[in-house]
Ligand binder design. Structure first.
Ligand code: PMP
Length: 414
């Protein structure tokens, strides 16, 4: 028999294309949507399943600042030698300042390593916790969360449990449930927190709520693991979006953080990210840093340099940095505008439902509150494709399709 004769057929993996919202939406269903969208010959079909930014023409978008930075990098004719285990130092230094803020007390005691985008950062963090966390090797993630969270942390050897997050009745945050679950968890538990633009719900805590969350995490003697995959992409302002991380540091937490530059720089396929741990002091930093290197080396030796050089160029050049911040704001603003437009169109059609959650939610995705049946009708009768849990990618909405989208939603939920 062949060596691999006993390898069982696995289910399709659809994560890189469309992150799924929760278990009730199977991968098969997602692939089904993609297939159905492709097969649909209707010219005005709308795909709201994509997990990447699109411009107002519905096209993928390369930021002009990224083009300029890339040209600069190429023209420097740098060599292709390996980076160190923790990547391009100029990049990680700037990434740390972007996240924690200039002058943050965390910067001097920070261990940071470049990573294979946000996913790789989460994976390193999971592995580090599995190896060294003094408490239970378990991580609490929100319900729902980005579907890959559970997979990444399980593969890191951690147990995964959920804390309450989304309230489907209010289409908003279950703040009381969230805080109760944080307070109720065994002392010293690890909590994964989406720093901003929660995926898939688009529902974020307010500043006041973050302050209470920080207190609850502290009261429980818990450890905070931030995932910041959308810094700047939510509000349009990188400082504002980093508030939770910075607030936790100010309050005396020593969190760890996964950063991604996929969304805010549009560097998806370049795989640019960073993982960092705020340490207590210089001595701890030295020890943690040594172990991060020992952990990364057998995983992939060292990260790719090209994307990190582009990001570094943008973060270090004052002119390019300013341009980039404007472009991030441009993306965030387009999404915020599409939210408002969709709500307005629904209202002008005479919809008697409350659609305020569409504009109160933030980031790439919106939880519409539509039922699986209504979502199916949207696809079958209106050629509007998105996941059955009612999540739509606002990035897929354009001034050209929003009217038709609103009419379709109004038709399935009159
Ligand atoms: N965390 C969250 C919440 C995400 O939504 C994503 C991707 N969309 C990631 C992490 C990681 O993405 P990437 O590996 O492309 O940086």
């Amino acid at each position: 028999a062949s060596t691999w004769a006993n390898v069982p057929q696995g289910p399709p993996v659809c994560l890189p294309i469309v992150p799924i919202a929760n278990r009730s939406v199977s991968c098969k269903a997602i692939l089904g949507i993609t297939e159905a969208f492709k097969a649909d010959s209707f010219k005005e079909k709308i795909n709201l399943g994509v997990g990447a930014y699109r411009d107002d023409q519905g096209k993928p978008y390369v930021l002009p600042s990224v083009r300029t930075a890339e040209d600069k990098v190429v023209s420097q004719q740098l060599n292709k030698e390996y980076a160190g285990i923790t990547g391009v130092p100029e990049f990680t230094k700037a990434a740390a300042v972007l996240a924690y803020g200039k002058g943050s007390s965390a910067l001097d005691r920070l261990v940071i390593t470049q990573s294979i985008s946000g996913t790789g950062a989460l994976r390193i963090g999971g592995a580090f916790i599995q190896r060294f966390y003094p408490g239970a090797k378990k991580i609490y993630i929100p319900n729902p969360s980005w579907a890959n969270h559970a997979a990444v942390f399980k593969d890191s050897g951690l147990e995964v449990e959920k804390y309450r997050y989304y309230n489907k009745d209010t289409i908003g945050l279950d703040f009381e449930g969230m805080v109760a679950d944080i307070k109720g968890a065994p002392k010293g538990s690890v909590f994964l927190l989406h720093a901003c633009a929660h995926n898939p719900t688009g529902v974020d805590p307010t500043v006041e709520q973050w302050k209470e969350i920080s207190q609850a995490v502290k009261a429980g003697g818990h450890y905070a693991f931030f995932d910041m995959a959308y810094q700047g992409f939510a509000s349009g302002n990188t400082d504002q979006d980093a508030f939770p991380v910075r607030h936790f540091v100010e309050q005396g937490h020593n969190p760890c953080l996964a950063q991604s530059f996929a969304k805010n720089m549009g560097l998806y396929g370049e795989r640019v990210g960073a993982f960092s741990i705020v340490c207590e002091n210089a001595d701890e930093k030295k020890r943690v840093d040594s172990q991060i290197k020992i952990l990364v080396r057998p995983l992939y030796s060292n990260p790719p340099v090209h994307g990190a050089r582009i990001a570094s160029e943008i973060l270090h050049s004052p002119a390019l940095n300013e341009q980039w911040l404007g472009e991030v704001k441009g993306m965030a603003d387009r999404i915020i505008t599409m939210r408002a437009l969709l709500k307005k169109e629904l209202e002008s059609l005479g919809s008697k439902h409350d659609w305020s959650h569409i504009t109160s939610q933030i980031g790439m995705f919106a939880y519409t509150g539509l039922t699986p049946e209504q979502m199916e009708k949207l696809a079958k009768e209106h050629s509007v494709y998105a996941t059955k849990d009612g999540r739509i990618s606002v990035a897929g909405i354009t001034t050209g399709n929003v009217k038709r989208l609103a009419a379709a939603i109004h038709a399935v939920k009159p």
